[in-house]
Design a protein around this ligand. Sequence first.
Ligand code: ARG
Ligand code: ZN
Length: 464
Amino acid sequence: MNTRSRVRAGAVALAFALLTAGCTGSGVRGTPGAAGVRDPLFPKLGNGGYDVSRYALTLSYDPETGRLDGRAEITAEATQDLSAFNLDLAGLTVRGATVDGAPAAVSRAGNELTLRPRDEIDDGSEFRATVTYDGVPETVTDADGSEEGWLKTEDGALAVGQPTGSMAWFPGNHHPSDKAAYDITVTVPAGLAAVSNGVLTSRRKTADGRTTSVWHAAEPMASYLATLAIGRFDITTGTALGTVPVHTAVDPVVAAETAALRARLPELLEWGTENFGRYPFAATGVIVERDDDLGYALETQTRPVFSAASFDTSTLVHELAHQWYGDSVSPANWKDIWLNESFAVYAEWLYAEDFENTPAQRSFEKAFANDAAWAFPPAEPPTAEDLFGPPVYQRGAMVLHRIRQEVGDDTFYEILAGWPAGHRHGTASTEDFTRYVESVAGEDLDGLWDVWLYGDGKPAGPTD
Ligand code: ARG
Ligand code: ZN
């Protein structure tokens, strides 16, 4: 063979090798999953190329040093051929990662953790990634100045993640569009409790005298609704709605002052069920912390979090309503947050109507008169700073009241229960909602959406 034909033969052999590789799946088809899911307000949040079905987190925490040791096992299905994929993680040190048992290469840039598996992952196949990590988790300051992520408390810590804070304590696909089941196993020093989402399946002493709690949240959960409260707590257990286990944790210092309202949880869930439909989860409860460093309550799934200062009837009604609106049906992206907050505020208005002699019409008029509610249209918060602004809450609830005025009480209550039932444990967008309301109402409501949901500024009158 002369030199030239040898070169040609080599080229043919290489082309053949590439072709064969393409056919057998061991080579070059896959591409990296996207670093974000293009949320209009948080473009890098979440990741493309896979869907998580389950997180199994094994954590231990030492309040003395503030150090968290973690192992996350993530079960997911590839939605494309993947050569690599990202997880969101803020701070902490990654010690190693595997995919389907084989070591994976790890790199980090900002809040993006990239795992490159030894073998590519085929579109449609299930895979299991593990990440071991440790460090002192960070507190995240939001665009609006509020704090989330990992907060240290007097004797422990509190993890809350709306909208982006859950990446401070575990790696994951941290966008509400990818919901998953969770198993959270937490080991803490003797005398402390670790309270999380779902059902407590075991609590045992470790050989060195610490306590390990195992929590199981079976129903799909958006990662921002995961919580972990570590500290000294008084625990109360019971049953609500006939079969739903109640697990409530309260800082002993504020146990007495919050006891009466905590005891009303079953009754309020019954009221919720009558108005919003079947309770969506296999567990319930509340977590009540001592300090108000948090500045807000949060509807963490099955077990909302409060400070003693925020633990009042209307806030409890609000966070319980979120279990249907926000937790069971979650926003498709963060611009749809009004779908959470409008219903939770409207639940407060309904509670006041049913129990406090304040018709929702009066709450509506009060909100209408509030200048702060008109800064932007509820369905279009302009920046991340506006996610929890008065237009999302107050004007959002006004949209619901306008729907009620248009369709009448019977149809309105049908919508209240039908909306979360139709998207139970899923996600939905503003367009899904407007289409749904029109289908139940049997009429076009474009005028209402144009003015109340999308319109700039305040309508001339409360019935425009
Ligand atoms: N969703 C919470 C509520 O029930 C408020 C959360 C506020 N979070 C924040 N990062 N500002 O109203
Ligand atoms: Zn809310």
